[in-house]
Ligand binder design. Structure first.
Ligand SMILES: [Zn+2]
Length: 94
């Protein structure tokens, strides 16, 4: 009877680079799945309006882009959020 070696728990998650290409991270909120991508300040070249607080995200401000995961190719539904506003939204819906 072979005993399985006790799987050692890793202390701390492996450090995964945040910049995993241009495709973003899949996030599931309730029944909906989204792709979320972080935009750095230098990558933000335009002003956007945040759907969370309806304030402008000024060019040069790091923020996140969110779009429905089911529509991975479609950029029409992309929304630009303040990172904090998206976190709050995700917390409310997740
Ligand atoms: Zn906002």
């Amino acid at each position: 009877m072979g005993r399985r070696p006790v799987s050692r728990k890793r202390s701390g998650a492996p450090a995964r680079p945040l910049s995993a290409g241009g495709f973003g991270t899949r996030v599931e909120l309730g029944e909906d799945a989204y792709q979320v991508r972080t935009v750095t300040g230098s990558g933000a070249v335009k002003d956007y309006r945040c759907p969370g607080c309806h304030q402008v995200i000024a060019a040069g401000t790091a923020h996140v882009v969110v779009w429905p995961a089911a529509d991975s190719g479609g950029v029409a539904d992309r929304r630009h959020w303040h990172a904090g506003c998206w976190r709050r939204e995700a917390g409310r819906r997740g």
